[in-house]
Design a protein. Structure first.
Length: 137
């Protein structure tokens, strides 16, 4: 399979997962993270999202040093998206560890949620800028 085909499949999956993670994040925010099922759904969708995002970056940059690659990008917007995504991931891991230990919402989970919404906002801009890629046959 050609790289462009792999990228298109990956990007469509990422689009679906972006919508799913947004919906589950809004649901968690609205219910103050009450309910084990909603948290587990968010965790599972988040893990799938991370996996696809890593695959997306691998398709673009391979296995080289991603920090250097993102640092050298022309688009400051994409560099900011990279750093916000990393912060979202790190705070998500910390919140997950706390949640698995206590099954209670932690303040770091709130930070993760706010960063996550910012990341989704930036992802929307990233997608809109590349909308022609999604529309090509």
């Amino acid at each position: 399979m050609k790289k462009i085909t792999k990228l298109k499949i990956c990007d469509w999956n990422l689009l679906i997962l972006t919508i799913a993670i947004l919906i589950s994040g809004v649901q968690l925010e609205a219910t103050h993270s009450n309910g084990l099922t909603s948290v587990w759904i968010h965790i599972i969708v988040g893990l799938l999202f991370i996996g696809m995002a890593v695959y997306h970056i691998l398709l673009h940059f391979g296995f080289c040093n991603w920090f250097v690659k993102f640092h050298n990008l022309k688009s400051q917007f994409t560099r900011i998206l990279w750093w916000i995504s990393l912060l979202t991931l790190i705070t998500g891991i910390i919140a997950l560890i706390h949640w698995l230990a206590t099954f209670n919402h932690a303040p770091i989970g709130g930070v993760h949620g706010k960063l996550g919404f910012l990341m989704i906002f930036l992802l929307t801009g990233h997608i809109i800028k590349r909308i022609k890629f999604f529309m090509r046959k």
